[in-house]
Design a protein around this ligand. Structure first.
Ligand code: APR
Length: 336
């Protein structure tokens, strides 16, 4: 039974030990993985998403959210991030019409856009993905103000966890510790042989990719794939931290994502109904559009402008400037 249409909530589906990316973002899902039936959560909605919720209807504003953070009324902030937080760093997102990766794949020999991130296609022809990966080489980009805002939230002890769909590594580059990060769609930090499963540091993978060579495993000769999550692959075990983090969260920030890919997108429903959710994105997305809650706050438009406005309301502008100055001085290739 597809869980999509449930009006109240889309529970996360667990496929046995792992959680798999199960949809292509158009509401259809890629079917059961390996024939194993999904195990929907047994708990009721209130058991997962809390039955809190303010009795009176109150519309919150960005100023109210800033006040909750500034007064430290929110100490367990969970963040959901997507490719929109990295476009200001020069990395295209996926679905923005015209500029997103999926609008610019003509140069690659792929049957349809998402194929470039599908395991079966990669095993058939790894070259389109490897050409795209070369463009994504983490060393070519720098964190931007959104990454540093999230680092500041961590430095002030109020970031419970940052769940990112991004594989560009800019969250780590901004100084957010791995303990505070869930890279839900993996990262280029390591690579695995698609045949014998031997693992290797990401540097080995990049040496081949930057040299326009298909990375091959020195043990068995199989093709090596970076440990990013392709459609049809299980998410990292660390993703399951959400089962604890989201019910504990006292504020949810959703930044720069279309909320089109499951099971990540459904996390937006996993905080208690009393918990404010702040969406900062160019456009309205996901369940905040079709199933809004009374304590949702939506800040549409350019993300950098929205973040700078929030930082100003928080009174953190000076702290932010100091942090950016300190951190950019550390990055390779930046003048100290
Ligand atoms: N300011 C505000 N919003 C922005 C900006 C910006 N500067 N740049 C992009 N956005 C918004 C876009 O309008 C879009 O709503 O960010 C969102 C990015 O959505 P996607 O391109 O779909 O990226 P994402 O949500 O991260 O995709 C999820 O899809 O293909 C898979 O695995 C891939 O992790 C990726 C997943």
């Amino acid at each position: 039974m597809a869980l999509w249409g449930q009006p109240a909530v889309r529970a996360l589906r667990l496929w046995g030990p792992g959680v798999h990316i199960i949809c292509d973002g158009k509401g259809g899902y890629l079917g059961d993985i390996g024939g194993r039936r999904p195990i929907a959560f047994s708990a009721g909605v209130s058991g997962i998403f809390g039955n809190g919720g303010s009795s009176k209807k109150e519309k919150l504003s960005l100023q109210d959210v800033a006040e909750l953070i500034r007064a430290r009324a929110c100490q367990r902030v969970v963040v959901m991030a997507g490719a929109g937080i990295s476009t200001p760093s020069g990395i295209p997102d996926f679905r923005s019409p015209g500029s997103g990766y999926y609008s610019n794949l003509q140069q690659y020999d792929v049957p349809y856009p998402e194929a470039i991130f599908e395991l079966s296609f990669f095993l058939y022809n790894p070259k389109p993905f490897l050409s795209l990966a070369k463009k994504l080489y983490p060393g070519n980009y720098r964190p931007n103000v959104t990454h540093y805002f999230l680092r500041l939230l961590h430095d002030k002890g109020q970031l419970l966890r940052l769940y990112t769909q991004n594989i560009d590594g800019l969250e780590r580059a901004s100084g957010i510790p791995a303990s505070k990060l869930v890279e839900a769609h993996g990262s280029f930090a390591s690579a695995t042989c698609t045949v014998c499963r031997a693992t290797a540091p990401g540097e080995d993978f990049w040496a081949d990719v930057l040299g326009d060579r298909v990375p091959h495993c020195p043990v068995c000769g199989g093709v090596r794939k970076p440990d990013i999550v392709f459609f049809g692959e299980p998410l990292p075990d660390r993703f399951l931290l959400h089962v604890v983090d989201f019910p504990m969260a006292d504020l949810l920030l959703i930044l720069g994502t279309s909320l089109q890919v499951e099971p990540f997108a459904s996390l937006s429903e996993a905080v208690r109904s009393s918990v404010p959710r702040l969406l900062m994105n160019r456009d309205m997305v996901g369940s905040l559009a079709w199933c809004p809650r009374s304590r949702d706050v939506v800040q549409l438009g350019d993300l950098v402008h929205s973040v700078e406005r929030l930082v100003e309301l928080l009174g953190w502008t000076e702290d932010m400037q100091d942090l950016v100055q300190r951190e950019t001085g550390k990055l390779p290739g930046c003048d100290a």
